[in-house]
Design a protein around this ligand. Structure first.
Ligand code: SAM
Ligand code: SF4
Length: 329
């Protein structure tokens, strides 16, 4: 098991498959992009599958989510999914994506064994999408979402980040749209993980702001009062159900005490937390032909030292060196 000194057990593995992206969301990376990892630094498909195998067979991982950067840019994605689906025990498998390219790949991903997708979409307005992502690809995302639903990658979840003055008036419209199309919407509070270090607490849209805005049009009842387990989203029944909406309040209502995640970056580093300033290298062990038991031991040790919380409320909080897209959100 991947247990830490606070008794938390990580069963959910986030695997970043690339740090590259075809969008430039303002809350994530600068217009010019970032210094991408060099190809030899990236884990190969074989290395990714070997680590996931160790994780499910020896470390108690039950769920694997592929992310990035934009994971659909990883050439070997379908093959990786297929090989992970063949592992014993077989983990639940999902993908977090901006949806561009899903139209082309949803059927193949589903056939390869992918269970679900989360598609990030912050606005229903193409002009606002262009301002937020610096790319004119709104239509591609909508088409990707439809393809995911048709391909059976359900429930299709939609992740939205609200930004003041850009799309913070869109929460009720996004919810009405998601309910109409059968997507499960979750709002994510903006976190200090942008490469430009532009985040401020005063300048973010909080969970309370989002809920107040939604309540101007919908009746929201807590789905299970005070019981969100390790799932980060607090979920609300909309107008008595069956539709739900989630709010992931990582900043204003952190859920660190129930965190069950471990993260693997595209270059083979283990991070115990999104906000860790420390990483543990598995790639060097992999490439020096270390046996599975040794790699599992390094991974266990990395998680054992997981901190109690993100430290966001600590005046000495330091934003991690890597930004969201380089960690794998
Ligand atoms: N490119 C894919 C996508 O956008 O879904 C996967 C990677 S992206 C880093 C994963 C999620 O992180 C997206 O839903 C995105 O909106 C979210 N995200 C990125 N930067 C963020 C930030 N500073 N605060 C909160 N969420 C952020
Ligand atoms: Fe790319 Fe996702 Fe970051 Fe947007 S949030 S720039 S889609 S990695």
């Amino acid at each position: 098991m991947l247990i830490d000194t606070y008794g938390r057990v990580a069963t959910d593995l986030r695997v970043s498959l690339t740090d590259r992206c075809n969008l430039r969301c303002t809350y994530c990376m600068p217009e010019e992009g970032l210094q991408w990892l060099a190809k030899p630094d990236l884990l190969t498909d074989d290395e990714v599958v070997r680590l996931v195998d160790i994780a499910v067979r020896m470390l108690g991982i039950e769920e694997v989510r592929f992310t990035g950067g934009e994971p659909l840019l990883r050439p070997g994605l379908v093959g990786i999914v297929e090989r992970v689906a063949a592992l014993t025990p077989r983990p639940q498998m999902s993908l977090t994506t901006n949806g561009i390219g899903l139209k082309r790949t949803a059927t193949a991903l589903s056939a390869a064994g992918l269970d679900r997708v989360n598609v990030s979409l912050d606005t229903l307005r193409p002009g606002v999408f262009k301002a937020l992502t610096r790319r004119d690809r709104h239509k591609d995302v909508l088409e990707g979402l439809q393809a995911a639903r048709k391909g059976g990658l359900t429930p299709v979840k939609v992740n939205s980040v609200l930004m003041p003055g850009l799309n913070d008036d869109e929460a009720p419209d996004l919810l009405a749209w998601a309910m109409r199309h059968g997507y499960e919407l979750r709002f994510i509070e903006q976190m200090p993980l942008d490469a430009q270090h532009g985040w401020t607490r005063e300048g973010m849209v909080t969970a309370d702001d989002i809920l107040a805005s939604l309540r101007s049009r919908f009746d929201l009842a807590p789905e299970r009062a005070n019981e969100r387990g390790s799932a980060p989203a607090e979920r609300w029944l909309v107008d008595g159900g069956p539709h739900r909406v989630g709010v992931i309040a990582s900043v204003t209502r952190p859920f660190c005490a129930a965190c069950d995640r471990t993260r693997l970056t595209a270059d083979g580093q283990i991070r115990a937390c999104l906000f860790s300033t420390k990483e543990t290298d598995l790639r060097a062990a992999l490439r020096s032909n270390a046996p599975d038991e040794e790699i599992a031991g390094i991974w266990r040790l990395a998680m054992w030292g997981k901190k109690a919380g993100s430290g966001l409320d600590d005046p000495t909080f330091l934003q991690p060196e890597r930004s969201m897209s380089a960690i794998g959100g």
